[in-house]
Write a protein that binds this ligand. Structure first.
Ligand code: HEM
Length: 220
């Protein structure tokens, strides 16, 4: 059944849409936790400490998340490759979602920028965190998270790169959400509402991430 799903083009599109929606759920909680760093140092520290020490988050959800990111990334390249194979000559005129090759190229470009952002982001936060907890076994300090975060946003070049990546993230989300609702066939009386919510989410969340980065850069 699963093999049949992955062997069909629509099956792969559905898998792509579902993994994208899973990553959006992660992004929403990631945004909600990080925005607290702007208005409450103690709440941010408490939430980060909870997420960073809870065994279910650490040993169940985190590996699932990393697998989800890898799956979405690999599947995106496979879909793009197959679109190109199916239509080797580029379209002369851009016709929005009708030109699936151009749309998929566009998603690959924004996805690649997001992926390079993630490489820097892991280097900034995730790798030091893993070192701190699981390699150096440093003593637990529940108040360290906020100042560690603020320190990362003191370099204007890094803040600039983060913000440019968030603009690409907005493009990726707006396009991705629109095509995922198509792949999942949510074309009914709610589709215009779903479209509006998708567009707002795709713009508001990346702008919010930009705000967090610039806020910490300017306020210290
Ligand atoms: C200003 C914006 C952002 C801030 C301040 C921020 C902050 C953080 C922090 C502090 C961690 C380490 C969590 C830990 O392991 O203890 C982290 C991890 C991570 N971030 Fe972000 N992040 C931002 C934007 C993003 C965006 C836009 C994405 C995705 C496109 C993202 C994806 C991830 C992933 C996948 C991890 C590793 C998984 C995890 O540990 O939860 N982050 N981020």
């Amino acid at each position: 059944m699963l093999k049949k799903l992955f062997n069909s083009s629509i099956g792969r599109k559905i898998a792509m849409a579902l993994s994208g929606i899973f990553l959006i759920v992660f992004l929403t909680q990631h945004f909600l936790i990080n925005i607290t760093s702007v208005f409450s140092e103690s709440l941010f520290n408490w939430l980060s400490h909870f997420m960073g020490t809870n065994p279910i988050v650490q040993f169940v959800l985190q590996p699932i998340l990393i697998a989800g990111v890898l799956f979405h990334f690999v599947m995106g390249f496979i879909l793009d490759y197959q679109n190109r194979k199916a239509r080797p000559v580029n379209y002369a005129v851009f016709k929005g979602s009708k030109n699936s090759l151009l749309v998929s190229r566009y998603m690959i470009l924004s996805g690649t920028v997001i992926l390079s952002f993630l490489a820097l982001h892991f280097y900034d936060f995730w790798i030091p965190e893993m070192e701190y907890k699981y390699i150096e076994f440093k003593p637990d300090d529940p108040n360290r998270y906020h100042h560690e975060l603020v320190e990362k946003f003191q370099d204007p070049i890094k803040v600039g790169f983060y913000c440019i990546s968030f603009i690409f993230l907005a493009l990726h989300l707006v396009h991705g959400l629109a095509s995922s609702t198509q792949s999942l066939g949510t074309s009914n009386k709610y589709s215009s509402l779903i479209k509006k919510i998708s567009y707002s989410f795709g713009i508001v969340v990346p702008l919010g991430f930009c705000f967090i980065a610039i806020y910490h850069f300017l306020s210290h």
